[in-house]
Design a protein around this ligand. Structure first.
Ligand code: ADP
Ligand code: MG
Length: 317
């Protein structure tokens, strides 16, 4: 089962546009805007090129079919079922990259957190606080060091039976990168893609950087406005996929060490990077690590900027 994320970013080009239409009226030049539900979220494509949206949607669907653990025949689903699989070079690349983020983040970023999402009911949207003994039973399955990568044959294998992966923290970012590659192959140099909070700004909007507004995590309105060109921006937060129990908020990003939803006092992380996969992975990792360690991690990557909002920075109701 997948659920739909609300948008975490607001694209300024869309202000004049009401629906999925071509709009000329209040702008000097036409921009085409189309939205589709893909990868469990709204994917919005804005471009002066009419064909851009179709190229992006097709590519995102292809990547979703490879990587989603909610699609029965995806490579990730088959790997989770059998514990060993020869995968495509692309899937292999993504899993390999996530292992690098696992080590770089000292284990905070961990795609083997999937059983925790199941245990806490995020996968089936049947939220619950599990018994401590159930958390302890699941913890030995977790740890990306249990993923063995056989480089020469593109075979991925889990050391421990029962280990499962979920690429939800990088899938949209990677799909953005694939889409941008396809757009460039078709000589499209101007396009803005927003996949539920993961954005890629390709080129410019008729010579000016694309303007992206970051939604405030706790109240209506914008918190930040970014002007970007050939950059990706990703926001991870606790304000879309979460449940409340006895006044406490439990969000969908886990601390793999404790087996519980991350409790780092961060409410929202926005990461700007040169590519979608890096922005997506780092925003999730920093959400788990918290502000101080998160900033240290971000500094180790060239051209990466992280904007972190903590609990104390937002009003409490
Ligand atoms: P979203 O998918 O809502 O945009 P993220 O990119 O931050 O948000 O990814 C969150 C998803 O990543 C979760 O839904 C879950 O599938 C997975 N996940 C949860 N905790 C972790 C973690 N510590 N490391 C890697 N992936 C995680
Ligand atoms: Mg992410």
């Amino acid at each position: 089962m997948t659920t739909i994320n609300f948008k975490r970013v607001f694209i300024f080009s869309a202000i004049c546009c009401l629906l999925n239409t071509v709009f000329f009226g209040c702008q000097k030049h036409p921009l085409y805007k189309e939205t589709k539900i893909l990868m469990g979220t709204f994917v919005e494509v804005i471009s002066p090129y009419r064909e851009a949206a179709d190229i992006v949607f097709k590519e995102m669907r292809r990547v979703e079919d490879l990587l989603s653990r909610y699609k029965e025949n995806s490579e990730v689903s088959r790997l989770n079922k059998d514990g060993k699989l020869k995968v495509s070079p692309e899937t292999f690349y993504v899993i390999k990259k996530t292992k690098e983020f696992f080590y770089q983040s000292a284990g905070a970023f961990d795609i083997t957190s999937a059983p925790l999402a199941d245990l806490w009911g995020f996968s089936a949207k049947d939220f619950r606080i599990p018994q401590e003994e159930d958390i302890q039973k699941v913890l030995p399955l977790i740890g990306s060091d249990k993923i063995i990568l056989h480089e020469s044959e593109f075979v991925v294998e889990f050391k421990t039976p029962g280990t499962k992966i979920d690429l939800g923290a990088v899938g949209k970012g990677f799909a953005l990168d694939c889409s941008v590659k396809k757009l460039k192959e078709r000589r499209i140099q101007s396009c803005l893609i927003n996949a539920g909070g993961q954005v890629y700004a390709l080129g410019t909007r008729y010579g000016s950087p694309w303007k992206i507004g970051i939604v405030d995590p706790r109240k209506r309105g914008l918190r930040d406005i970014l002007k970007l060109s050939n950059k990706s921006v990703s926001t991870s937060g606790d304000y879309e996929q979460y449940f409340l129990k006895d006044g406490k908020r439990y969000a969908h990003i886990f601390n793999p060490k404790t087996g519980r939803p991350a409790d780092s006092k961060v409410v929202s992380v926005t990461v700007i990077a040169d590519d979608g996969l890096t922005a997506d992975a780092l925003s999730t990792a920093i959400f788990v690590l918290g502000k101080r360690k998160g900033e240290e991690l971000a500094k180790r990557f060239p051209n990466v900027e992280a904007r972190i909002i903590e609990d104390k920075d937002v009003p409490h109701s």
